[in-house]
Design a protein around this ligand. Structure first.
Ligand code: LLP
Length: 418
């Protein structure tokens, strides 16, 4: 569900014509809908209303300061994976007591910064990390709140690059060692053992794997309790998919499914949704530069590229492509939508049926809010796109397009000796 819709054959973002944004800001441009972001947060939050819970938005999905501020104002906490993300959410006014820190490779500096900020907890992924956090905490004379991230060893049925819950993945601690870990962590005076976490993967479109993970972690939490380790938090991670093409369960169904095995544990549930909050709330608008017909294919060459949205080539991801203006009676054509980058992997769609786009027209790559702008790069010395947030009739530029100077400002021209 989102607030990008046609009015008289013109695509609107809420109350603003997409064509007007493109004319004013240029292309490629990411456009987000504030109403959609708010609605998604509300629906997800309400889905967990029956349980004591905290939503920690997985900000890696879309981390613009204004987006973080919008979610923070709705009561969201944040799931972070770097000191950069910590600083972003603090800059946006986040409550540190609602921040959880995930990831397999936290540096000493990152651990120290998070401890000093007073975050809710670290999701610990290995034994050496556990000891490192204890060491940094001791040095700072602070107590580190930790949760152990368990790898539940299951197949979430998603793309291998975004699957994290199988025991062959680098994430989490093995099921077979969980109790040893807790016993060991309990003996470390600089740690406070507050939780258990898991995260099985992303773009999951079936409740089955969530239920399986829920059952496994519930068994662990119960046994820990029996062993005298009463946890405060159970962090179920993120991972709920969006309808790029598939039909994932709605948040209420997902929440009901995952909460069932967790009933009666006496813990606060933390959820780390990323994609489901922001994915459909953003589009990437790009302009057709050329239509190139070869003897075997039709290529729609646009001004957006893989440096702006890498998901199609990286995950074989499907993104719907809509014309910003619909023309009655246009025939459909089968074409590849490609960018200017010098790689064959630079495409948004392949062999896609489209209403015969022509030079100069605008296309909207849909469902681009999650893992779109945040994975953008300056490859081919292309500027990263501008970001615009629409709120009703108002549009806010929340990030300007990179200038050339932005791209080269940290580079040095060497004074060569010869
Ligand atoms: N929590 C943890 C510990 C995570 O690693 C992730 C995502 C999330 C929460 C949020 O998952 P979500 O609700 O968004 O599925 N770039 C890829 C997705 C990478 C996901 C990484 N971890 C893509 O574009 O599909």
């Amino acid at each position: 569900m989102h607030y990008f819709a046609y009015r008289n054959n013109e695509l609107y973002a809420e109350e603003v014509a997409v064509r007007d944004i493109a004319a004013q800001i240029g292309t490629p441009v990411y456009i987000y809908s504030a109403g959609t972001l708010r609605r998604h947060f509300r629906v997800f939050d309400e889905a967990f209303a029956g349980a004591d819970h905290l939503i920690c938005y997985a900000m890696k999905a879309l981390s613009n300061l204004s987006i973080l501020k919008l979610f923070g104002a709705m009561g969201s906490g944040f799931d972070i994976v770097s000191v950069g993300e910590l600083m972003r959410c603090l800059r946006a006014g986040a409550d540190p007591k609602k921040i959880v820190f995930s990831g397999v490779g936290k540096t000493d500096e990152e651990i120290a910064a998070a401890l000093q900020a007073g975050i809710l907890m670290f999701n610990v992924e290995s034994r050496p990390e556990l000891y490192r956090i204890a060491e940094v905490a001791r040095r700072l004379k602070l107590k580190a709140p930790v949760s152990l991230r368990v790898n539940p060893d299951l197949d979430p049925g998603t793309h291998p690059h975004i699957s994290t819950g199988h025991r062959t993945s680098k994430f989490g601690i093995p099921l077979s060692e969980v109790f040893d870990y807790y016993a060991e962590a309990r003996g470390l005076a600089d740690l406070e053992l507050v939780g258990l976490s898991t995260h099985i993967g992303s773009q999951i479109t079936d409740t089955g794997p969530f239920i399986e993970a829920g059952e496994k972690v519930a068994t662990i939490v119960r046994r820990l309790k029996a062993d005298g380790i009463a946890l405060r938090y159970l962090d179920i991670g993120g991972g709920l998919g969006i309808p790029y093409q598939e039909e994932p369960p709605p948040p209420a169904e997902y929440a009901a499914a995952i909460l069932k095995p967790l009933a009666g544990l006496g813990v606060k549930i933390i959820a780390e949704p990323g994609r489901v909050l922001v994915g459909n709330a953003g589009i990437l608008v790009t302009r057709v530069l050329y239509v190139k017909q070869t003897d075997v294919k039709r290529f729609i060459v646009v001004d957006g590229a893989m440096n702006d949205l890498i998901r199609p080539v990286l995950y074989e991801a499907y993104h719907a492509i809509w014309p910003v203006q619909k023309f009655e009676g246009r025939p459909g054509v089968i074409a590849d939508v490609v960018g200017p980058v010098c790689e064959s992997g630079d495409f948004f769609a392949q062999d896609r049926e489209l209403p015969d786009p022509r030079d100069g027209e605008l296309l909207a790559v849909m469902s681009a809010g999650a893992y779109g702008f945040v994975m953008a790069s300056n490859y081919n010395s292309r500027p990263r796109a501008a970001e615009v947030l629409v709120e009703g009739k108002t549009m806010h530029v929340i990030r300007e397009r990179d200038s050339f100077e932005d791209q080269v400002q940290r580079e040095k021209l060497v004074e060569f000796q010869s």
